[in-house]
Design a protein around this ligand. Structure first.
Ligand SMILES: Cc1cc2nc3c(=O)[nH]c(=O)nc-3n(C[C@H](O)[C@H](O)[C@H](O)COP(=O)(O)O)c2cc1C
Ligand SMILES: CC(C)CC(=O)C(=O)O
Length: 374
């Protein structure tokens, strides 16, 4: 199937299912355990209905907005996903170039198969780039990642707080997931940090994937609010926390002085049966009470999903897997096509809901199916 026949983001996924090798496809596609949260992320959007307003002259629709003060062509941005060169040889550089063409924000995973500096060189200042961070046991290496990101022009740090250990991903365990030998975790020179599935002591009787063993060897599971404050004290650029799902933690994030929250359950890959992100958004937005921006990722696949997230208070949304499917289809060009497709869907959703500009979208534009009062 060629992209001219692709009519929705699901078509990019189907193409990847037909073409990617098992090790990569399963790693990208799966969620934790029974994948209940993974499915819920998408299904929960279906339970929200849009209340359209009519007779509003929608001949000109403006999808532009800002993320942390930087201009983007729409509130549809790119979430950090690790090891993108398994999807396409150009990996993270292709994604960065597509983000520039689409004028949107890309978040680079600290576990990328292309270095912070090489991705920065493929990008430019016209599109915001953020750097995703994990707290590594090697605190000096963590500090260096922050410094390298700042020096290379990244404009924010997204600190992931939902991964003290890796979620249990059954397909990766069955496959004994390995990063192909020609690829490395490119931000780390030290081979024990750069290779996955080799350095870890793993044998057929182990009941974990190479990735889980790798994460356990690298990530600091003592992760706490102290670390958030430490990142704030080291970084000269804004810091967001990625992986908040409750009002309680949202209030603590505000108190810790972060600059933004990404409501995320890691694409259903960490704690299975955690709620869908769109179902957590409103409580987080209410808890934050306008003090900082709230973003969302997880299960966003249609322009109408974007409109619903904005109506419930998100400043912008981030896409994870669709970027990988598009990369595997046609590299940079594939990601541009995918981003254009969902942006056009969003433009149409805005027009049909009677919203001319992004700031017109508000809580009155949505209600819960089966309960017109909510
Ligand atoms: C293959 C894959 C790798 C990921 N790698 C990272 C990562 O390195 N750091 C991180 O914070 N989140 C990571 N995530 C989570 C995404 O940033 C994001 O939260 C999630 O994919 C959003 O859900 P979606 O895939 O339904 O759009 C990864 C997700 C996937 C699917
Ligand atoms: C290297 C992995 C731990 C990256 C990740 O966050 C994920 O696979 O969900």
């Amino acid at each position: 199937m060629s992209a001219t026949q692709f009519v929705s983001l699901d078509d990019f996924e189907q193409h990847a299912v037909n073409n990617l090798d098992r090790n990569a496809l399963d790693y990208y596609q799966s969620g934790a355990q029974d994948m209940i949260t993974l499915r819920e992320n998408q299904r929960a959007f279906d339970r929200i209905l849009i209340r359209p307003r009519v007779l509003r002259d929608v001949s000109q629709i403006d999808t532009t907005t800002t993320v942390l003060g930087q201009q983007v062509s729409s509130p549809i941005c790119i979430a950090p996903t690790a090891m993108q060169r398994m999807a396409h040889p150009d990996g993270e550089c292709a994604t960065a170039r597509a983000a520039v063409k689409n004028q949107t924000c890309m978040v680079l995973s600290s576990w990328s198969t292309t270095s912070i500096e090489d991705v920065a060189a493929a990008s430019n200042a016209s599109a915001p780039k953020w750097m995703q961070l994990y707290i590594y046991k090697d605190r000096e290496a963590t500090r260096k990642l922050i410094e390298r990101a700042q020096d290379s022009g990244y404009s924010a740090i997204a600190l992931t707080v939902d991964t003290p250990y890796l979620g249990r991903r059954l397909a990766d365990i069955r496959n004994r997931f390995r990063l192909p030998p020609h690829l490395t975790m490119a931000n780390f020179a030290d081979q024990s940090k750069a290779q996955v599935g080799k350095a870890e002591k793993l044998n057929v009787s182990d009941n974990a994937s190479g990735l889980a063993a790798y994460v356990a060897s690298q990530i600091d599971p003592t992760l706490s609010w102290k670390h958030v404050e430490w990142v704030k004290s080291v970084a000269r650029i804004p810091v967001l926390v990625k992986g908040i799902l409750t009002a309680e933690d949202a209030r603590m994030a505000v108190r810790a002085g972060v600059d933004g929250i990404i409501v995320s359950n890691h694409g259903g890959r960490q704690l299975d049966t955690a709620p869908a992100t769109i179902d957590c958004l409103e409580e987080v937005v209410q808890a934050v009470d306008g003090q900082i921006d709230v973003f969302l990722d997880g299960g966003v696949r249609r322009g109408t999903d974007v409109l619903k997230a904005l109506a419930l208070g998100a400043k912008a949304v981030f896409l994870g897997r669709p970027v990988l499917w598009a990369l595997s289809y046609k590299g940079e060009e594939g990601v541009v096509e995918m981003l254009d497709m969902i942006k056009e869907e969003f433009r149409l959703a805005m027009a049909l809901a009677g919203c001319v500009k992004v700031s017109d979208i508000n809580r009155d534009h949505v209600r819960m199916a089966g309960n017109p009062r909510l």
